[in-house]
Design a binder for this molecule. Structure first.
Ligand code: AMP
Length: 208
């Protein structure tokens, strides 16, 4: 089973992906996380894409296509995979739609204002990738799972956030259309609370 999540940055895709994966045993896969891991581990790919990620631009599709192939065919995805952040443009969509079938696609809908506010307040665990909103934290900014200090992402600066939202809006049009024509598109009101969006998702997927 392939479930696809898409929506602007800050719309809560990765939070919901973690929750759904925990519940179902599916693999939660984020293309952004996979790319950041390459940079962190300073791999050959990591060295090529480091600056691209910092600027908030899209990395070449040859790289992302290879990464997605590996993820979908990995043993961890045996029970299915939730894909967050791929495909992200027409070139990736062409490759993806030729090779795979999507069972459910969820669009996480929020306004620019909400996205910018959430991203400015976002901190992330450098170890496991869990996202936190500092408005929901008390005095310490530590990961509740790994107990390490949370960090702000390099690309969560106002300039980069704006650029990413612009790229997102332009590139997502053919992808939304593709899922719509396939009859698998569901639109979620992602301005709701984490619990409410989780409930909406489970209703559609028929998961208790
Ligand atoms: P995200 O974690 O989804 O916000 O992605 C962080 C960054 O990773 C993006 O701004 C892009 O630079 C890169 N990235 C993530 N997914 C893709 C993709 N499907 N294609 C190209 N670049 C991507």
């Amino acid at each position: 089973m392939i479930i696809s999540f898409f929506g602007p940055q800050g719309s809560g895709k990765s939070t919901q992906s973690f929750l759904l994966a925990k519940r179902t045993g599916m693999l939660s896969f984020s293309m952004g996380d996979a790319l950041r891991r390459e940079v962190k581990e300073n791999t050959e790919i990591g060295q090529v894409i480091k600056e691209i990620l910092k600027r908030g631009e899209l990395v070449p599709s040859e790289i992302t296509n290879e990464i997605i192939l590996k993820a979908i065919n990995s043993p961890e995805a045996e029970k299915g995979i939730i894909i967050d952040g791929y495909p992200r443009n027409k070139e990736q969509l062409d490759f993806y739609s030729k090779n795979f079938h999507t069972d459910y696609a969820f669009e996480f809908f929020i306004s620019d204002e909400v996205a910018i506010k959430r991203l400015s307040n976002r901190r992330v665990c450098p170890n496991c990738g869990l996202n936190y909103n500092i408005m929901n934290l008390k005095d310490t900014y530590k990961c509740t799972v790994c107990n390490v200090e949370l960090v702000q992402r390099d690309d969560d600066t106002p300039e980069s956030i704006k650029r990413r939202l612009e790229i997102y809006k332009k590139e997502i049009i053919p992808i939304r259309e593709y899922y719509k024509n396939l009859g698998v598109l569901h639109i979620l009101d992602a301005s709701k609370s984490i619990e409410e969006v989780d409930e909406d998702l489970r209703k559609i997927l028929n998961i208790k």
